[in-house]
Design a protein around this ligand. Structure first.
Ligand code: 4AD
Ligand code: MG
Length: 483
């Protein structure tokens, strides 16, 4: 007989108590007993709620009940009856109890009490057994599903771009090398450097920082595509917003200009956030309460004016502010923190990159809503962005979110071969190696645009968590690749 005869707790909670026999399986969260009865709360991850089963020690072996301790995995079959207590409208009267996996309650790290996030990060192999992390993972799933749903409905095609690549799409040089050469004794070339022609791919290769360049090739055939995959950046940024391995969604559209690109990004973000509100109600309510508790520990001037749920609704209901880099620069230059020298990076000359303190000032203090900044100085953006007529700026856009800063980066692309080649020469990017990319501009080039959404930054925003390490199952950051 097949083993999986259980009812998931999510479904069990919806059943009427009609003395029917049901089986549940899950991990024990708490157990309490008196002389007459033992209550065991179990959770199977299907929803935030635990389910309470009730055992009468007169019928169930005492040793067995002892083994159903916090952390153990159990299977229980019994009758579904109306609940005597508050909080749950049915309960299961245990007829058969089986311990699927014991757990030494002394040694089990996840106790039924509040643990710090730091402690849980060190126990990431078990942290999904807490309400907070299970809720985050269910929301993460819903968001990923909504991404596919959104694009599928719009007729975009999901394209898988390579993870191992020879090109640096963003030109920032922050890549992880992929090699099978012996690090102790690599073959050398005539110049004394490592001879990568003897490596697996017969050239130097890395983990990709972005699927965009290959995404553009696909858009030049299928019109509208998106990628959704892992990307890797070897930047040594030990912040609450950076991962060395993160997931990115990158739509790329033929026949879109910069404004079409902004419209799509805003509509897309609003859709997936609204789907989370629709489908993750219990988990979001739990995280909303959690975030409100956290707020109490913050200094008054750093507290959020809105609760988590209010922030999500606010983003859906309000138009994003759209300004150019030059406008942002003017606002920042004249701002009180700049005049009072409160910024670590003072705003002075036009053309410098915006730091996260500036982004957060614009979003959280000045506009108090998501902001799309466009038309950045070309010197601080990537080679592929469309050059504006002013000769100074490019048709870039960044979307900034409250509490997060940059969540989306994108642009219209330079479709003119000559202009693109000139820019690549200025930046010392090899035309020879990028011949395949340039071919799209040689054969049937078209206006096109796209953007990248950092998936974990989105999950961070929707869950109201404070650290990006807590919204991916097993974070990869400098010095950290356990699990
Ligand atoms: O702004 P970025 O670097 O843009 C690109 O990679 C383009 N190729 C996208 C495109 O136009 N198709 O990265 C896009 C987004 C950022 O806005 C941010 O949300 C996220 O990716 N991101 C990171 N998320 C977590 N950890 C990191 N180290 C990240 N770096 C970027
Ligand atoms: Mg960016």
């Amino acid at each position: 007989m097949a083993f999986n005869t259980r009812t998931k707790i999510k479904d069990l909670l919806k059943l009427a108590p009609e003395q029917q026999t049901v089986t549940v399986m899950g991990w024990v969260r708490t157990r309490r007993s008196n002389k007459h009865v033992t209550f065991i709360a179990i959770n199977d991850g299907s929803c935030i709620q635990n389910y309470q089963i009730v055992a009468d020690p007169a019928f169930i072996d005492e040793e067995l009940l002892k083994k159903a301790a916090t952390g153990a995995c159990i299977k229980s079959t019994g009758k579904l009856v109306e609940s005597q207590g508050a909080g749950q409208h049915t309960e299961l009267i245990v007829e058969r109890l089986e311990i699927l996996g014991e757990a030494d309650p002394e040694a089990y790290p996840i106790q039924p009490k509040k643990h710090s996030l730091e402690f849980l990060r060190e126990n990431a192999h078990l942290r999904m057994r807490t309400n907070t992390f299970a809720a985050i993972m269910r929301i993460r799933h819903q968001l990923a599903f909504s991404v596919h749903e959104y694009f599928h409905r719009k007729g975009f095609f999901y394209i898988q771009t390579p993870i191992i690549t020879a090109s640096d799409a963003e030109g920032a040089g922050e890549m992880f090398r992929v090699s099978v050469l012996d690090p102790k004794n690599p073959p050398l070339n005539d110049q004394g450097g490592v001879d990568f022609t003897q490596d697996f791919f017969e050239r130097e290769t890395n983990l990709t920082v972005s699927g965009q360049l290959e995404g553009e090739l696909a858009a030049m055939a299928l019109s509208e595509i998106y990628t959704f995959g892992p990307t890797f950046r070897a930047e040594n940024s030990n912040t609450t917003r950076h991962l060395a391995e993160f997931w990115m969604i990158e739509p790329e559209m033929a026949f879109y200009d910069a404004e079409d690109n902004q419209n799509l990004a805003e509509d897309f973000l609003k859709y997936i956030i609204s789907q989370a509100l629709l489908h993750c109600h219990d988990d979001l309510e739990f995280l909303d309460k959690r975030a409100s508790e956290e707020e109490k520990n913050k200094k008054a001037d750093q507290r959020n004016e809105l609760s988590l749920l209010e922030r999500l609704k606010f983003v859906i209901d309000n138009q994003f502010e759209r300004i150019t880099y030059t406008q942002a620069w003017e606002i920042l230059r004249e701002s009180t923190p700049n005049k009072k020298k409160k910024f670590a990076f003072p705003i002075d000359a036009w053309g410098t990159d915006l730091q996260s303190e500036h982004e957060r000032f614009l979003v959280e203090k000045h506009f108090k809503k998501p902001v799309i900044i466009s038309d950045y100085p070309k010197a601080i953006k990537s080679f592929y962005m469309k050059q504006n007529a002013d000769g100074k700026t490019v048709a870039a856009m960044d979307i900034l979110f409250p509490g997060i800063g940059e969540i989306v980066g994108g642009s219209q692309r330079e479709e003119n071969l000559d202009k693109l080649v000139r820019r690549m020469e200025e930046l010392n990017i090899s035309r020879e190696e990028m011949w395949w990319y340039l071919d799209t501009r040689r054969f049937g080039t078209a206006p096109h645009a796209g953007f990248g959404l950092g998936f974990e930054r989105l999950v961070l925003f929707v869950t109201g968590m404070g650290n990006i390490r807590d919204v991916i199952p097993f974070p990869r950051t400098p010095g950290n690749a356990e699990f």
